[in-house]
Design a binder for this molecule. Structure first.
Ligand code: ADP
Length: 259
């Protein structure tokens, strides 16, 4: 077997896994996990073998978003078999602890859980492993960005100034650890009223595109605020898988081709 690819940060990759891409946001609640799941499914729809690692140890949402429950099996007493849904592999702390269990671990334990989910899971063969990062740009996130051999990062923001300020911090964080920023996605970009068809820019509009231009990184696309995205997420049937011919799936597939 050939040596695993080395990431931009110089850390050894995972054997049999092509590129590891982080999906990050400066703050919580902007739709990072929703975007990570749908980008992963968009990459799979574009013909790639895809895995999704939920690195949000304290608030894992991938099991719910993919409609997965139960515990992963072990392969040889040590390696965990990833769970599978909609043609992608997935691993999350949510599969390993009860939902009600409060996570009160300290940094080193979080790091060892993450390392385990990266290196002791039978991911291979994969073209892309998408990592749903924890929200924020504090020390924990910085360490994580340093630990995971990332090929690049996608930043999710709403068009609002506050989210954009945090997105800028995220960008600076990845630059600090020499991880290329693949671009910015504007989530909740605008709202189309299901009743009258009218459009409202609830969180303003275009801020992320403008910010991407200002910072010299690609703008990857606009995802509207739409009830159907929230409903399908909550039901564990992400929009790219449940409505593959719809306009939202097309947006996510398009974002997937740009990264
Ligand atoms: P984060 O990972 O940034 O905390 P989530 O992906 O969990 O955010 O999204 C927060 C909430 O917003 C969820 O209820 C999700 O279903 C909803 N949501 C995210 N993106 C959209 C969207 N484009 N349209 C409608 N609801 C959305």
């Amino acid at each position: 077997a050939s040596a695993p690819p080395t990431s931009a940060s110089g850390k050894p990759g995972i054997p049999g896994v092509g590129a590891i891409i982080a999906v990050a946001s400066g703050k919580g609640g902007v739709g990072k996990s929703t975007t990570a799941v749908n980008i992963a499914l968009g990459l799979a729809a574009n013909g790639l073998k895809v895995g999704l690692l939920d690195a949000d140890i304290y608030g894992p949402s991938v099991p719910r978003l993919l409609g997965l429950s139960g515990k992963p099996e072990t392969q040889d007493g040590r390696t965990l078999k990833p769970m599978e849904a909609f043609g992608i592999k997935a691993m999350s702390m949510g599969f390993l602890v009860e939902e009600e269990t409060p996570m009160i671990w300290r940094g080193p334990m979080v790091m060892s859980a993450l390392t385990q989910m990266l290196r002791e899971v039978a991911w291979a063969p994969l073209d892309v492993l998408v990592v749903d990062m924890p929200p924020g740009t504090g020390d924990a996130q910085l360490t994580m960005a340093q630990q995971v051999p990332l090929a690049g990062a996608v930043i999710v923001s709403t068009p609002q100034d506050l989210a954009l300020i945090d997105a800028r911090k995220g960008l600076a964080m990845f630059r600090k650890v020499d991880v290329p920023v693949l671009g910015i996605v504007e989530n909740m970009s605008y709202f189309l009223c299901p009743h009258c068809g009218g459009r409202s820019d609830i969180f303003s509009h275009g801020g992320a595109r403008h910010e991407a231009e200002r910072l010299g990184v690609p703008f990857l696309g606009e995802v509207p605020l739409d009830l159907v995205i929230r409903e399908t997420s909550d039901a564990g049937r992400p929009i790219v898988a449940s409505a593959p011919d719809g306009p939202h799936a097309a947006v996510y597939r398009d974002i997937a081709t740009r990264i």
